[in-house]
Design a binder for this molecule. Structure first.
Ligand code: NAD
Ligand code: MG
Length: 390
């Protein structure tokens, strides 16, 4: 029996992971499931998968969770400490699918136990890449990519030597607004930003796809995960979302990974790696797909990509600043307090403010320092947005 835990079990990635595990339940011993406010879903899945422990991120929901699990024998817990305790429970394979920087600490804890960490939570690598990789190395733990682009690159690299890699190309659908005139973006509404043309994902990453912040995070994730120099990472807009990434080698060959836009492929690959197993994903009929289009992203339309380049150049804790400011700006956009284009402008101003404090950016990459920087960047993002609102 393989011991597995799922962090962020009630979300889009979490539910897709549960879908795969539930098809093959006798092979898995489910240790811990974590979620947020959707207690009914969390309890239902914990019962179905016979988990040992269910954790909600919200302390004030503990009694609801206890009630929902009454008579099941499943342990209930709540709050930040409990999320980290879930990470400390011995498991062989852990899905890291909490959204945002909140996923970092539980994932680090799982790595400290030597678990294989399937990483959907790209923010972990953006905020604290070196810390995550060093923790994995120190504890003999393995990190596997779940982001579709990074899973694609990982698969294209099987049997290859990194020294032969010339470039990595990750694709971007362009999100909800790829064909909108630039001027119209200013007035884009929450509802318009919350629907993705190809992928069915959580609301936050869907909006990040429209603003290209998701791709910006993924470029940094590529740099951290594969250890490639920033100038070897390219982004290409590919509206069909069929080619997920390509790896270019020194002999000019480009190895592409194609598949239907269904996250169960990347999740299943990380689950069964290094083997391949049957997965319930749609098979492509290329005759029906018929066309694959590619174009260079327009920098004026997508300032997030330019900011990601600046962050990679700056290094240190600037990734944590970038992510935290983005999360705060996204909160404000979702709450209707700022416009769509204000998100990138806010993040840029926060990064500029930090430039005046190199000591903060260059502080040692410990979990404490990353958390403090994250907190400060959120506060500064709030201030910047207040000033901008006049
Ligand atoms: P989601 O919003 O659907 O789910 C997020 C999960 O995290 C939920 O279980 C929620 O309860 C939990 N959560 C939210 N805030 C939390 C907090 N502060 N503390 C603890 N738990 C919290 O998100 P998603 O779309 O499943 O994305 C999860 C992660 O996977 C993100 O990092 C995202 O970038 C990445 N990812 C998602 C997709 C996708 O197809 N959805 C694809 C690639 C990468
Ligand atoms: Mg992705």
């Amino acid at each position: 029996m393989r011991r597995v835990s799922i962090f962020g079990a009630t979300g889009s990635i979490g539910q897709n992971t549960i879908d795969l595990i539930a098809r093959d339940l006798e092979r898995y011993d489910v240790v811990a499931l974590t979620g947020g406010g959707n207690i009914a879903q969390l309890a239902q899945d914990a019962r179905h998968l016979k988990a040992d422990l269910a954790v909600t991120a919200y302390e004030d929901r503990l009694s609801d969770l206890r009630d929902a699990l009454a008579g099941s024998g499943i342990e209930a817990a709540a709050g930040q400490g409990a999320l980290i305790e879930a990470g400390a429970r011995p498991a062989d394979w852990v899905m890291s699918a909490i959204v945002g920087a909140a996923g970092l600490a539980p994932g680090l804890e799982a790595l400290k136990q030597g678990a294989t960490l399937a990483l959907a939570n790209k923010e972990s690598l953006v905020c604290a890449g070196t810390l995550v990789l060093d923790t994995a190395r120190a504890h003999g733990a393995r990190l596997l990519p779940v982001d579709s682009e990074h899973s694609a690159v990982f698969q294209a690299l099987v049997g290859e030597d990194m020294s032969a890699v010339e470039r990595i190309v990750i694709t971007a659908s362009g999100g909800a607004f790829r064909d909108w005139p630039l001027e119209a973006l200013r007035r884009a509404t929450l509802e318009e930003a919350s629907s993705h043309p190809n992928w069915n994902m959580g609301q936050r990453i869907t909006i990040d796809s429209a603003s290209m912040f998701n791709k910006a995070l993924e470029v940094i994730e590529t740099r951290e995960f594969f250890g490639v120099e920033p100038d070897r990472i390219e982004v290409v807009v590919h509206p069909e979302s069929i080619v997920h990434a390509l790896v270019g080698f020194r002999d000019g060959a480009l190895m592409a990974h194609l598949g239907a836009p269904d996250m169960r492929h990347a999740i299943g690959y990380a689950m069964h790696w290094p083997d391949r197993q049957d997965l319930p994903v749609p098979r492509l009929d290329l005759g029906q797909v018929s066309q694959l289009n590619f174009r260079h992203p327009d920098d004026a339309r997508y300032p997030a990509l330019r900011l990601a380049r600046a962050v990679m150049k700056r290094g240190g804790l600037s990734g944590a600043v970038f992510n935290a400011a983005k999360e705060r700006a996204l909160d404000a956009f979702i709450a209707g307090r700022i416009g769509f284009l204000d998100m990138a402008a806010t993040v840029e101003e926060v990064l500029t403010r930090f430039e005046a404090h190199p000591g903060l950016i260059d502080a040692q990459m410990t979990l404490d320092n990353v958390s403090q920087t994250d907190t400060l960047a959120r506060r500064w993002a709030d201030e910047v947005m207040q000033v901008r609102a006049g």
